[in-house]
Design a binder for this molecule. Structure first.
Ligand SMILES: *Cc1c(COP(=O)(O)O)cnc(C)c1O
Length: 398
């Protein structure tokens, strides 16, 4: 056991659930860790570091500008705030009081999720549009782009879109209708990587701002993320995020990030200030992102597939359960699927409870647990974990 956790009395888990935040995100490579350690040994101007990182993000995403956030949810806070205030420092100072500002964000009803707290934190109201009856089994429809256009008023600050392979309506249609009314579209693409091409995809579809998590597939620091988008929105996001404890005459923001001459004065600490990002996060994320882009999707897939096959082998055959390797060309991460049969003697929930509370504590994917199906992601497994999972499942199910 790593002594740093042992010292703190914290147990190390086997994480087959994938890089989820509550289980501490992804594993970082040694190289990323070393870069963060090196970064921690010097002081720099954080705005300059953000500007340089932003240039790299812009290159990789195809956006006009980029910024490092403390996560995709923080990116939603900053992007929403930017859409509400523009580059007006008076408005920035008044948030989350949106009196006299555009204070509504439109979202398709089927896109609602608990991360939208990040949007509402800005002081805006979410306006849900459409009826997604395809999910209730009562119908086939979801929100349509024209309905989003129909809901836009002079109070609309932005349209929020949660990207997903099944998301409706298509982003390009939402963008077309929003842009017709001069309204920006903010995309939550937190977990939409890999493939690498998705770094560019939502910008190509016309999104004005896109958020990704740094601590999921990219393998950056857990508390990091990317915001990419229009230059003016990124500038506004930066102004509301950066520490502003500085006299205006002594403030030298990098011109590529913030045009000081265009401002009547410097805003104070903004709404995004609690979403602080350290130099170690910025540097670590940039190194991780470079690796993520350079490792081809095929190589990454093969690596994960090998881990899944190793896991299947370590589990072997189980009475009462069927093991399958789920390799679907449409899904970027291959998974191991365990389906309990009627003869298993326990439900999916009971099996997951046993796995979590056992020693070692094993966490799995539970999106289909009520159907008796557990999924195992290769993304956060360490050397030796496959054996631990196999032994435990054999003990529980044989
Ligand atoms: C993970 C996730 C988030 C949050 O991302 P963080 O980087 O943890 O802030 C937001 N939205 C969706 C859809 C996610 O999957």
């Amino acid at each position: 056991m790593a002594s740093i956790y042992e010292h703190m009395g914290v147990k190390i888990i086997v994480n087959a659930a994938g890089p989820v935040t509550r289980l501490s995100g992804a594993l970082m490579s040694e190289e990323v860790g070393a870069a963060m350690q090196e970064a921690s040994q010097y002081c720099v101007d954080i705005a300059e570091l953000q500007a340089k990182a932003g240039e790299q993000i812009a290159r990789w995403t195809g956006a006009e500008a980029g910024y490092v956030t403390s996560g995709a949810a923080a990116g939603l806070v900053l992007a929403t705030a930017a859409c509400v205030t523009g580059l007006d420092p008076g408005k920035m100072n008044r948030l989350p009081d949106t009196s006299g500002m555009k204070s509504e964000v439109i979202i398709a009803r089927s896109h609602r999720n608990f991360y939208d707290h990040a949007i509402r934190a800005v002081g805006v109201q979410l306006i849900e549009v459409g009826i997604s009856d395809r999910f209730s089994g009562a119908g086939v429809r979801d929100t349509e782009a024209w309905e989003i256009g129909d809901a836009i008023t002079d109070q609309t600050a932005a349209v929020a879109y949660v990207a997903n392979s099944r998301a409706r309506p298509p982003l390009s249609e939402v963008v077309a209708v929003a842009h017709k009314h001069g309204v920006p579209v903010v995309v939550d693409a937190a977990g939409q990587l890999p493939p690498v091409s998705h770094l560019k995809r939502f910008i190509e579809d016309g999104a004005d701002a896109v958020c990704f998590s740094g601590g999921k597939a990219i393998g950056g620091p857990q508390g990091s993320g990317i915001l990419a988008g229009r230059r003016d929105l990124i500038a506004s996001a930066a102004l509301q995020h950066l520490d502003q404890d500085v006299l205006f005459e002594l403030w030298y923001p990098p011109p590529s990030l913030i045009d000081k001459d265009a401002l009547p004065g410097g805003p104070q600490h903004g709404l995004g200030r609690p979403c602080k990002v350290g130099k170690e996060q910025i540097v670590g994320l940039m190194v991780a992102l470079k690796h993520f882009v350079e490792e081809s999707d095929d190589v990454r897939r093969d690596r994960w597939e090998n881990t899944v096959h190793e896991l299947a082998h370590a589990i072997g055959s189980l009475p009462g359960a069927e093991i399958g390797v789920q390799i679907d060309p449409g899904r970027p991460v291959p998974m191991l699927r365990l389906a309990l049969s009627e003869t298993a003697g326990m439900t999916g929930i009971e099996l997951v409870q046993q796995l979590i509370t056992g020693n070692p504590s094993i966490h799995v994917g539970t999106s289909q647990v009520y159907d008796g199906v557990l999924t195992f992601s290769p993304m956060c497994l360490r050397e030796g974990d496959a054996k631990k999972i196999g032994n435990r499942l054999q003990a529980l199910l044989s």
